[in-house]
Design a protein around this ligand. Sequence first.
Ligand code: AMP
Ligand code: MG
Length: 326
Amino acid sequence: MVICLGIESTAHTFSVGILKNKEILADARKTFTTLTGGMIPIEVQKHHYECKDEVLVQALEQSKINLEEIDFIAYSASPGLATSLKVGCEFAKELSEKWNKPLVAVNHIIGHLEEGKFFTEAKDPVFVFVSGANTQIIAHEGGKYRVFGEALSIAVGNLFDKFARELDIGFPGGPRIEQLALNGSYVQLPYVVKGMDVEFSGILTKCKQLYKKGISKENLCFSLQETAYSMLVEVTERALAHCNKNEVLVIGGVAASKRFCSMLEIMCKERDAKFYACPMKYSGDNGIQIAIAGMKMFKVKQGLVSNLVADFDPSLRVDKIETKWI
Ligand code: AMP
Ligand code: MG
């Protein structure tokens, strides 16, 4: 029996998850939100500093275990906002030192990927990783998770969050845009796919211009979603063919979009591939994903760091990491 305490702190969410082998004992989270404006890194950091102890206490209460019973601590060490990562890293080091527990540094993207497999039947899928900061089409090849296509400038979640900011409908933008889109119809927007990569910044600029010209929020939200999702479905289909895989697994906060999931599902049906989505509850950032990945790494002695030198890296890419556990 192995018990892992996972700490997530790469962006808006501070979370502690506790995993006992494959059983979830606790999942405590606090997420920074705002009704106006966006995510200001220093404000998010303050949020994390203020809630970290409370989130830990909540997780321990849910799990009905105490810190002595934990075998090791896993923390999200990359990539993300430096200000947010710092809080989780410091907290993990502090707990590791105080309770004399080994520390495992986990890449947050690996957390999303392994969590997707944990919660579905997918074995070796093409991952469609769509979150606030990342948009990547990933598959496992040659001992690493490789990035086959990605957003060249802003991520799809960030596209929604930025446009929501323009519309002054608060953060996170995705769910609010999804609501407004229900009553919209199509206006033409730039559709930019370059090989396996997608480019969203032109769409954002165009949406801002059209909004100023008086096109309704509803029509723009609808068209924004349809265009961005169509681009992503196109590159996912190409990745399936290129990698010769027959499963698609969508992960990250934007996987909560019903429209996106239904578009991917249609494409999969047409190609005889299986479609999986990470359950909505676990599609966003959480400590359980860090514990799931940490558990796999711990078993093959990967990512172990001394609490004296443990650090974080805001920009470490997933394709730099050898996956010894696969
Ligand atoms: P993550 O960074 O993985 O936690 O995901 C957060 C991102 O998911 C934010 O950019 C949100 O706007 C986006 N998001 C959340 N729910 C939805 C939704 N229903 N439709 C589209 N985007 C969403
Ligand atoms: Mg994330």
